[in-house]
Design a protein around this ligand. Structure first.
Ligand code: URA
Length: 237
Protein backbone atom coordinates (compact mmCIF):
# COMPACT_ATOMS: atom_id res chain seq x y z
CA UNK A 1 0.00 0.00 0.00
CA UNK A 2 1.11 3.61 -0.52
CA UNK A 3 2.92 5.12 2.44
CA UNK A 4 0.62 8.17 2.62
CA UNK A 5 -2.47 5.97 2.56
CA UNK A 6 -1.10 3.75 5.32
CA UNK A 7 -0.41 6.77 7.55
CA UNK A 8 -3.91 8.17 6.97
CA UNK A 9 -5.39 4.74 7.81
CA UNK A 10 -3.31 4.60 10.99
CA UNK A 11 -4.75 7.96 12.04
CA UNK A 12 -1.57 10.03 11.58
CA UNK A 13 -3.49 12.87 9.86
CA UNK A 14 -5.29 13.87 6.69
CA UNK A 15 -3.90 12.98 3.30
CA UNK A 16 -2.29 16.42 2.84
CA UNK A 17 -0.93 16.45 6.42
CA UNK A 18 0.78 13.07 6.08
CA UNK A 19 2.14 14.00 2.65
CA UNK A 20 3.72 17.10 4.21
CA UNK A 21 5.16 14.99 7.03
CA UNK A 22 6.61 12.45 4.62
CA UNK A 23 8.18 15.15 2.40
CA UNK A 24 9.71 16.81 5.47
CA UNK A 25 11.62 13.60 6.30
CA UNK A 26 9.65 12.80 9.47
CA UNK A 27 8.92 9.24 8.32
CA UNK A 28 11.26 6.27 8.10
CA UNK A 29 10.56 2.82 6.68
CA UNK A 30 12.81 -0.06 7.78
CA UNK A 31 15.24 2.49 9.21
CA UNK A 32 15.59 4.79 6.18
CA UNK A 33 13.87 8.14 5.65
CA UNK A 34 11.31 7.95 2.85
CA UNK A 35 10.24 11.28 1.35
CA UNK A 36 8.01 9.92 -1.40
CA UNK A 37 4.34 9.75 -0.30
CA UNK A 38 3.60 7.22 -3.06
CA UNK A 39 6.32 4.79 -1.92
CA UNK A 40 5.06 1.23 -1.49
CA UNK A 41 5.10 -0.16 2.03
CA UNK A 42 4.16 -3.60 3.38
CA UNK A 43 1.72 -4.02 6.24
CA UNK A 44 3.73 -4.67 9.44
CA UNK A 45 6.78 -2.85 8.03
CA UNK A 46 8.87 -0.96 10.61
CA UNK A 47 7.61 2.60 10.16
CA UNK A 48 8.48 5.54 12.41
CA UNK A 49 6.92 9.00 12.54
CA UNK A 50 8.95 11.70 14.29
CA UNK A 51 11.11 8.94 15.77
CA UNK A 52 8.16 6.96 17.19
CA UNK A 53 7.54 3.42 15.93
CA UNK A 54 3.99 3.05 14.60
CA UNK A 55 1.82 0.00 15.07
CA UNK A 56 1.24 -0.79 11.40
CA UNK A 57 -1.23 -3.64 11.85
CA UNK A 58 -4.20 -2.76 9.64
CA UNK A 59 -6.38 -5.77 10.56
CA UNK A 60 -7.48 -5.91 14.17
CA UNK A 61 -10.04 -8.00 16.01
CA UNK A 62 -10.36 -7.31 19.72
CA UNK A 63 -12.47 -8.34 22.67
CA UNK A 64 -13.67 -5.51 24.88
CA UNK A 65 -15.15 -5.78 28.36
CA UNK A 66 -18.00 -3.35 27.75
CA UNK A 67 -18.85 -1.44 30.90
CA UNK A 68 -22.39 -0.27 31.73
CA UNK A 69 -23.46 3.18 30.56
CA UNK A 70 -21.59 3.15 27.25
CA UNK A 71 -23.30 2.98 23.85
CA UNK A 72 -22.42 0.31 21.32
CA UNK A 73 -22.09 2.58 18.30
CA UNK A 74 -19.38 3.86 16.01
CA UNK A 75 -20.02 7.43 17.20
CA UNK A 76 -22.61 9.51 19.00
CA UNK A 77 -22.82 13.30 19.27
CA UNK A 78 -23.77 13.28 22.96
CA UNK A 79 -22.82 10.05 24.70
CA UNK A 80 -19.62 8.03 25.06
CA UNK A 81 -19.37 4.99 22.82
CA UNK A 82 -17.31 1.82 22.90
CA UNK A 83 -15.01 3.38 20.28
CA UNK A 84 -13.92 5.92 22.92
CA UNK A 85 -12.42 3.01 24.89
CA UNK A 86 -10.05 2.09 22.04
CA UNK A 87 -7.09 3.97 20.55
CA UNK A 88 -8.09 6.71 18.06
CA UNK A 89 -6.47 4.79 15.21
CA UNK A 90 -9.18 2.11 15.48
CA UNK A 91 -11.65 4.57 13.94
CA UNK A 92 -9.50 5.26 10.89
CA UNK A 93 -8.76 1.52 10.64
CA UNK A 94 -12.51 0.98 10.30
CA UNK A 95 -12.81 -1.23 13.39
CA UNK A 96 -16.52 -1.73 14.16
CA UNK A 97 -18.53 -3.44 16.91
CA UNK A 98 -19.84 -6.90 16.00
CA UNK A 99 -23.52 -6.43 16.85
CA UNK A 100 -24.70 -4.50 19.87
CA UNK A 101 -25.03 -4.69 23.58
CA UNK A 102 -27.58 -2.39 25.22
CA UNK A 103 -26.24 0.67 27.02
CA UNK A 104 -26.61 -1.03 30.41
CA UNK A 105 -25.46 -4.49 29.34
CA UNK A 106 -21.88 -5.38 30.29
CA UNK A 107 -19.43 -7.99 29.07
CA UNK A 108 -17.93 -9.44 25.94
CA UNK A 109 -18.10 -7.30 22.82
CA UNK A 110 -16.05 -8.07 19.74
CA UNK A 111 -14.83 -5.33 17.43
CA UNK A 112 -13.18 -6.01 14.12
CA UNK A 113 -11.84 -4.44 10.96
CA UNK A 114 -12.94 -7.61 9.11
CA UNK A 115 -16.38 -6.75 7.73
CA UNK A 116 -16.90 -10.22 6.24
CA UNK A 117 -16.18 -11.93 9.55
CA UNK A 118 -18.53 -9.53 11.37
CA UNK A 119 -21.27 -10.16 8.85
CA UNK A 120 -20.93 -13.92 9.22
CA UNK A 121 -20.88 -13.78 13.01
CA UNK A 122 -24.15 -11.84 12.96
CA UNK A 123 -25.87 -13.89 10.27
CA UNK A 124 -28.98 -15.58 11.75
CA UNK A 125 -28.29 -18.60 9.51
CA UNK A 126 -24.98 -19.33 11.27
CA UNK A 127 -26.43 -19.66 14.78
CA UNK A 128 -23.49 -18.31 16.73
CA UNK A 129 -24.40 -18.86 20.39
CA UNK A 130 -24.21 -16.01 22.88
CA UNK A 131 -24.32 -16.70 26.60
CA UNK A 132 -25.54 -14.13 29.09
CA UNK A 133 -25.72 -14.03 32.87
CA UNK A 134 -28.99 -12.35 33.77
CA UNK A 135 -30.17 -11.08 37.13
CA UNK A 136 -33.95 -10.75 37.24
CA UNK A 137 -36.56 -9.69 39.76
CA UNK A 138 -38.63 -12.65 41.01
CA UNK A 139 -38.23 -16.43 40.96
CA UNK A 140 -37.20 -18.65 38.05
CA UNK A 141 -38.03 -22.33 37.76
CA UNK A 142 -39.31 -25.12 35.52
CA UNK A 143 -42.03 -22.95 33.98
CA UNK A 144 -39.56 -20.35 32.72
CA UNK A 145 -37.01 -22.99 31.65
CA UNK A 146 -39.75 -24.70 29.63
CA UNK A 147 -40.95 -21.45 28.08
CA UNK A 148 -37.42 -20.52 26.98
CA UNK A 149 -36.85 -24.04 25.61
CA UNK A 150 -40.09 -23.92 23.62
CA UNK A 151 -39.29 -20.56 21.99
CA UNK A 152 -41.08 -17.42 23.09
CA UNK A 153 -43.49 -15.45 20.97
CA UNK A 154 -42.62 -11.76 21.17
CA UNK A 155 -44.52 -8.89 19.52
CA UNK A 156 -42.58 -8.96 16.25
CA UNK A 157 -40.92 -12.38 16.13
CA UNK A 158 -40.75 -15.78 17.77
CA UNK A 159 -37.50 -16.28 19.63
CA UNK A 160 -35.83 -19.59 18.83
CA UNK A 161 -35.53 -22.10 21.66
CA UNK A 162 -33.01 -20.89 24.23
CA UNK A 163 -31.26 -22.65 27.10
CA UNK A 164 -32.04 -21.22 30.53
CA UNK A 165 -29.97 -22.53 33.46
CA UNK A 166 -31.03 -21.21 36.84
CA UNK A 167 -28.12 -20.54 39.21
CA UNK A 168 -30.12 -19.18 42.10
CA UNK A 169 -33.77 -18.36 42.62
CA UNK A 170 -35.73 -16.54 45.31
CA UNK A 171 -38.97 -14.60 45.47
CA UNK A 172 -37.12 -11.29 45.05
CA UNK A 173 -34.22 -12.08 42.76
CA UNK A 174 -32.80 -14.82 40.54
CA UNK A 175 -29.64 -15.33 38.54
CA UNK A 176 -29.59 -17.46 35.39
CA UNK A 177 -27.45 -18.23 32.37
CA UNK A 178 -29.20 -17.81 29.03
CA UNK A 179 -27.85 -19.08 25.74
CA UNK A 180 -29.43 -17.66 22.60
CA UNK A 181 -28.58 -18.19 18.95
CA UNK A 182 -30.01 -14.92 17.71
CA UNK A 183 -29.21 -11.31 18.42
CA UNK A 184 -32.42 -9.34 18.05
CA UNK A 185 -32.82 -5.90 19.66
CA UNK A 186 -33.27 -6.25 23.46
CA UNK A 187 -33.76 -9.97 22.89
CA UNK A 188 -32.87 -11.35 26.31
CA UNK A 189 -34.66 -8.57 28.19
CA UNK A 190 -37.75 -9.10 26.05
CA UNK A 191 -37.67 -12.87 26.52
CA UNK A 192 -37.67 -12.42 30.28
CA UNK A 193 -40.39 -9.78 30.01
CA UNK A 194 -42.49 -12.34 28.12
CA UNK A 195 -42.39 -14.61 31.21
CA UNK A 196 -43.09 -11.68 33.55
CA UNK A 197 -39.56 -10.96 34.80
CA UNK A 198 -37.57 -7.76 34.56
CA UNK A 199 -33.85 -8.00 33.91
CA UNK A 200 -31.92 -5.82 36.37
CA UNK A 201 -28.42 -6.81 35.22
CA UNK A 202 -27.25 -8.40 31.99
CA UNK A 203 -23.72 -9.52 31.28
CA UNK A 204 -22.44 -11.36 28.19
CA UNK A 205 -19.93 -14.05 29.09
CA UNK A 206 -19.52 -15.84 25.78
CA UNK A 207 -19.77 -15.11 22.09
CA UNK A 208 -19.49 -18.24 19.95
CA UNK A 209 -16.31 -20.05 20.99
CA UNK A 210 -14.92 -17.08 22.94
CA UNK A 211 -15.17 -16.37 26.66
CA UNK A 212 -14.60 -12.94 28.16
CA UNK A 213 -11.01 -12.88 29.42
CA UNK A 214 -11.16 -12.89 33.24
CA UNK A 215 -8.06 -10.67 33.31
CA UNK A 216 -9.93 -7.83 31.59
CA UNK A 217 -11.44 -5.11 33.73
CA UNK A 218 -14.56 -3.19 32.63
CA UNK A 219 -13.44 -0.89 29.80
CA UNK A 220 -10.37 -3.07 29.08
CA UNK A 221 -9.66 -4.77 25.77
CA UNK A 222 -7.13 -6.97 24.05
CA UNK A 223 -6.41 -8.37 20.60
CA UNK A 224 -7.67 -11.88 19.96
CA UNK A 225 -4.98 -14.53 19.88
CA UNK A 226 -4.30 -16.48 16.71
CA UNK A 227 -6.08 -19.52 18.26
CA UNK A 228 -9.12 -17.41 19.10
CA UNK A 229 -9.22 -16.02 15.55
CA UNK A 230 -9.11 -19.54 14.15
CA UNK A 231 -11.88 -20.69 16.48
CA UNK A 232 -14.02 -17.72 15.47
CA UNK A 233 -13.51 -18.34 11.77
CA UNK A 234 -14.22 -22.07 12.21
CA UNK A 235 -17.48 -21.21 14.00
CA UNK A 236 -18.83 -19.42 10.91
CA UNK A 237 -17.43 -21.55 8.10
N1 URA B 1 -30.23 -9.04 24.85
C1 URA B 1 -30.62 -7.88 25.43
O1 URA B 1 -31.76 -7.73 25.80
N2 URA B 1 -29.71 -6.91 25.57
C2 URA B 1 -28.42 -7.03 25.20
O2 URA B 1 -27.64 -6.10 25.37
C3 URA B 1 -28.03 -8.24 24.62
C4 URA B 1 -28.95 -9.23 24.45
Amino acid sequence: MRLDRMLVTLGAGSRSEVQRLIRSGAVTVEGSPVRDPSAHVEEKAAVTLNGQRLDTRLSRTVMLYKPAGILTAARDPRQPTVMDLLPDAFRTLGCMPVGRLDKDTTGLLLLTTDGTLAHRLLSPARHVDKRYRATVDGPLGEAEIGAFAAGLTLSDFTAQPALLTVESSSAEKSVALVTVHEGKFHQVRRMFAAVGREVTELHRERFGPLTLDPDLQPGGWRDLTEDEMQALRAAVE
